[in-house]
Design a protein around this ligand. Sequence first.
Ligand SMILES: Nc1ncnc2c1ncn2[C@@H]1O[C@H](COP(=O)(O)OP(=O)(O)O)[C@@H](O)[C@H]1O
Ligand SMILES: O=C(O)C1=C[C@@H](OP(=O)(O)O)[C@@H](O)[C@H](O)C1
Ligand SMILES: [Mg+2]
Length: 171
Amino acid sequence: MRKIYLVGFMGSGKSALGRRLSYLLKMPYYDMDHEIVRQQGMTIPEIFEKYGEARFREIETAFLKNFRDEACIISTGGGVAMNAENRKIMRRSGLVFFLDASFEDIYKRIQHDLNRPIVQSSTKEELEKLYHYRRKFYRDAGHIQVLTEGRTIRQILEYLVFQVKRLKGER
Ligand SMILES: Nc1ncnc2c1ncn2[C@@H]1O[C@H](COP(=O)(O)OP(=O)(O)O)[C@@H](O)[C@H]1O
Ligand SMILES: O=C(O)C1=C[C@@H](OP(=O)(O)O)[C@@H](O)[C@H](O)C1
Ligand SMILES: [Mg+2]
């Protein structure tokens, strides 16, 4: 089967849902950020600090391009869907879910996170602007838009599993 990609803004639940979905669907799971951290031997803030954001974006694209041909679940980082080449790779090689969350929910989840350099270097207003700017790219990237507002992780998971099974013709 094809890959399953989760895209969306920071804090939309890509990592939390991807890991659980992998367990439910019995498919291998990869979190792009974790894979890049492992590969580079540095944390995300260290990569941003040492090489800059532009280099991090190149590393993300290289990851998508070179990733093995395996049916698996991939949680992307929040900036991955901004790049046209990345969107093309994802849409061609799998099923892409856009996890759509409200800015208020997102901000509550990410505001104190030290591991997200873009949160560290931005004001709330800047993050909100970025959120609105990026939304259309997530929509372009996704085959299916998932409304997560007011839903628990468990409810969203049920919906993701339902959609995957429906598309595989199991329902
Ligand atoms: N629908 C939800 N309801 C409650 N908490 C959520 C929901 N989605 C995500 N979270 C929580 O928000 C935090 C950020 O989620 P995470 O999966 O790291 O986001 P992402 O990988 O998209 O940046 C985590 O603590 C996660 O458990
Ligand atoms: O939105 C972004 O530009 C980023 C999102 C992060 O991943 P999460 O979306 O999992 O937080 C991580 O890739 C990096 O800090 C940059
Ligand atoms: Mg994540």
